[in-house]
Structure formats: structure tokens, C-alpha cells
Design a binder for this molecule. Structure first.
Ligand SMILES: *Cc1c(COP(=O)(O)O)cnc(C)c1O
Length: 431
């Protein structure tokens, strides 16, 4: 069992100066209990904490590390930029064109793109643009989907908000809350109902085309195509929030996997290769309304800075050069089948949802297709499971409602160790 002495000391100190000791809520281990682990170093698929314990990492900085941490090509590129270019100018740089052009080539819906610094900025900007273009105020999102911490989205959001049992946040105005309507994931009738009740008032429908913040929930293809049709008929801007699933489930994101083209796409996580980057883009007709070309204001002092773009651009180039997706799928299948065999041996029948290298083991036997079915999961069992894995050197997200990510750096040996640990952890979680 790993000792977490130093982590515990640091956490005590952190709580004096940082709210809850952390700079992002889910890191605090609130839903699983215990001390958050302070990491000291990351390399490939492995993490080392401040007490010297090592872990196989399935969080990957919450998604960005599809190539693992410190990929040699990414660190070499960062090194070059630091030594030869600089960290920020606040002027246009050539690299911005390079990443924009590459993104438009890779992601089917993109004709123009604007770089920002986080997924939250991307979704906030995309919704403003949709409102500006349609002259309408309301948006529809889906229960359990997370789109960052923008006011409009903190209504029945997944992830941290869900884990902490605070789906609505104080500080979000009533007006904002009233402009956000919640539909049920994978249920087109719930969307039609809202659209009909608010005829001509819906600016945008925003959705994670693979939901990853209520555990992992794949969208049914016929649901997404029905959404596309509904948006076309009602002149509603369809926004795919691919901050997590973009470049993860396929190079071109969920939209290329499902063959459905949204009007706008938001990106983050992998696109920054471990540095803070986000982006939003889509149809030229809409993107031409973004300032300074158009009247919808959006800006950022550090947007498109060379250091962050270097990590993102190099990551995208590696994904393009190496096409790691078939190999990621192979590994993901090994893990999924290993977990399934373990459950069979133990007489358990928990649900596993997976799209490519993002997956989730839900502590429920109810098929998970939306928020309501996701929260049937037994979070107490998950907490025991999580701590058993941690004790065995397997680092997964400290929440039932987060994805498990495989990177191209996980070896078959890592997967075997993880499958063994999964068996022990399932036993520890109690039957
Ligand atoms: C992580 C995430 C966001 C928010 O991105 P940040 O970079 O944390 O602001 C938005 N949407 C989805 C789908 C995400 O997974």
C-alpha cells in the first residue's frame, strides 16, 4: 500500500491558501474520500507522486494525453519554441495559420477556426456566436453534459457539479438559468418538445456527441441525425462540444465517426497537448461574424501563443503521422474484455460503456444511456473500487462520472496489471 504522507501534508497546507486545496473541484477527491495525490512527475503512461509512489495513469490530465505525458516529439518541439521563438507576442504568428489550416483539414465541420485558451472559453464563445447569428437567446443542452464552467452551462451539468451534488451554482443569474433548457440525452422527443414550446427562440443546441462527463455515454447515431434534421428545419445552430471526444474517438472527432456535421465545433484538451488551448470553429457563414471580421466580440490576450500552440500542433501532427487509433482500439478492447471476464468470475454484471479509448465502468446493471440511468450507479462501491486501484498503483479519475483514457504509451503489460488490479478492486468494492 502506498504511503501518502507528503501528499497529505501538502493538501493540509494547500487548503489554507486555495479553496478546497485545489484549482479544479474534482481533484479534491471529495466523492471518493481520502487525500488527493500530489504528483511530482509524469512520463508516458506513468505518474510518480511526491512520496515516490508510481502509478499507471488512466486520467491523462483529464483527456489531453492521448500520446502519454512528455511525448519526445512534443517536448522537443516545446524546447525549440522556448529557445528560439518565445512564449507570447500578442501579435499574429505564422504558427496560428499552420494549426488553423491543419484543423480545417482534419475536422469535417471546420471552414474557419478561432483559437482560445480553454474548453470553457470555446463553448462560451460558440454559444455567443450562435446567439449573435440567430438573434435568439435560448439554448438547449443535455442533462449531464458538461461544457465547462460558463454560466449558461451550469444547469444540470455533469462531472464536478454532478459529483459534488451541486448541479446549479449560486452566482448564476435567474435570467441565464431561464435561457438554458435541458433535454434528455439520446431522447429526440425531449428535444422536440422544448423546441416546440419555444418556437423561434432557440439559438443553439449544444451536445457532447460522445458524452464523457457523466461517465461515458455514446450518442445513438439516429439520435444525432435526428438532431441535425431538427436544427436544419428550425434554423438552430447545432454545436458539437468535442472538447473531450475530439481527436480522441477518431482524428476527426465524433463527427467523423458518426458522419454528422455540426454547424459549430468546440475543441480543447488534446488540441493543447497538455498546455492550455481551446478552439471553436465551423461554417464560414457563421465564423465570419466573429470579430474583427464580424460583430460578435471574442478576444484573448494569450490566445494563439506559440508555446501552447506548439504542444497542440505537434500532438496533432503525430496523430496524423502515426494514426494510433487502431492500436488504441485494440488496447481498449483488451481492457474491456479483461474487466468483463473479471466480472463474470465474480458474478457481477456492471455496465461498461466505451467509444474507442474512452470508457467507463458504471457500478450499475442498468444500461446507461442518459443522466437518469447514469446516476443509478453506486458511488460508494465506486469509491472503494477507486481506492483499491490506487493502492495497487492504478490511477483513475476520483469520480464515478469520469472517463478512463488509454494512451498510446500504455503497454500490454500495463493492461494486464490493470486487469489484475481490476479483479482485486471489484472484490474490494463488495458484491
Ligand atoms: C473539459 C471539458 C470542457 C471544459 O474545458 P476546460 O478546458 O476545462 O475549460 C468543456 N466541454 C467538455 C465536453 C469537456 O470535457
Amino acid at each position: 500500500m502506498p504511503q501518502l504522507t507528503r501528499s497529505a501534508e501538502l493538501f493540509e497546507k494547500a487548503k489554507q491558501f486555495i479553496p478546497g486545496g485545489v484549482n479544479s473541484p474534482v481533484r479534491a477527491f471529495k466523492s471518493v474520500g481520502g487525500t488527493p495525490v500530489y504528483m511530482a512527475q509524469g512520463s508516458g503512461a506513468y505518474l510518480t507522486d511526491v512520496d515516490g509512489n508510481t502509478y499507471i495513469d488512466y486520467v491523462g490530465s483529464w483527456g489531453p494525453f492521448i500520446l502519454g505525458s512528455m511525448h519526445p516529439r512534443v517536448t522537443a518541439a516545446l524546447d525549440y519554441t522556448l529557445k528560439n521563438i518565445g512564449t507570447s507576442f500578442g501579435t499574429p504568428i505564422e504558427m496560428e495559420i499552420e494549426i488553423a489550416e491543419l484543423l480545417c483539414k482534419i475536422v469535417p465541420s471546420l471552414e474557419m477556426v478561432r483559437m482560445v485558451n480553454s474548453g470553457t472559453e470555446a463553448t462560451m464563445s460558440a454559444v455567443r456566436l450562435a446567439r449573435g447569428c440567430t438573434g435568439r437567446d435560448k439554448i438547449i443542452k443535455f442533462e449531464g453534459c458538461y461544457h465547462g464552467h460558463g454560466d449558461s452551462f451550469l444547469i444540470k451539468a455533469g462531472s464536478g457539479a454532478l459529483t459534488l451534488g451541486a448541479p446549479d451554482s449560486p452566482g448564476v443569474t435567474r435570467g441565464t438559468a431561464l435561457d438554458t433548457l435541458n433535454a434528455t440525452y439520446n431522447d429526440i422527443e425531449s428535444v422536440r418538445l422544448l423546441v416546440n414550446e419555444n418556437k423561434g427562440q432557440i439559438a443553439a443546441i449544444i451536445i457532447e456527441p460522445v458524452a464523457g462527463n457523466t461517465g461515458v455515454i455514446p450518442a445513438k447515431p439516429e439520435f444525432l441525425s435526428a438532431l441535425r434534421e431538427l436544427c436544419d428545419n428550425e434554423d438552430i445552430v447545432l454545436i458539437f462540444d468535442e472538447v473531450m471526444c475530439g481527436f480522441r474517438v477518431a482524428l476527426g472527432g465524433a463527427q467523423s465517426l458518426y458522419g454528422i456535421t455540426p454547424d459549430l465545433t468546440t475543441m480543447g484538451k488534446i488540441i493543447g497537448g497538455g498546455l492550455p488551448v481551446g478552439a471553436f470553429g465551423g461554417k464560414r457563414k457563421l465564423m465570419e461574424r466573429v470579430a474583427p471580421l464580424g460583430d460578435v466580440y471574442q478576444a484573448g490576450t494569450l490566445s494563439g501563443n506559440p508555446l501552447a500552440l506548439t504542444a497542440g500542433l505537434e500532438t496533432l501532427k503525430i496523430l496524423q503521422d502515426e494514426n494510433p487509433y487502431p492500436e488504441l482500439e485494440r488496447k481498449a478492447v483488451i481492457l474491456e474484455e479483461g474487466f468483463r471476464n473479471n466480472m463474470k468470475k465474480l458474478g457481477l454484471n456492471y455496465v461498461q460503456n466505451r467509444v474507442g479509448s474512452m470508457s467507463c465502468l458504471f457500478f450499475t446493471e442498468t444500461p446507461v444511456v442518459d443522466y437518469t440511468t447514469a446516476i443509478t450507479a453506486d458511488t460508494k462501491k465506486h469509491a472503494k473500487y477507486f481506492h483499491s486501484l490506487l493502492d495497487q498503483g492504478i490511477y483513475t479519475a476520483p469520480s464515478q462520472f469520469e472517463a478512463m483514457f488509454i494512451s498510446s504509451m500504455h503497454t500490454d503489460e500495463d493492461l494486464e496489471k490493470t486487469i489484475t488490479a481490476n479483479y482485486n478492486a471489484l472484490v474490494a468494492s463488495g458484491r
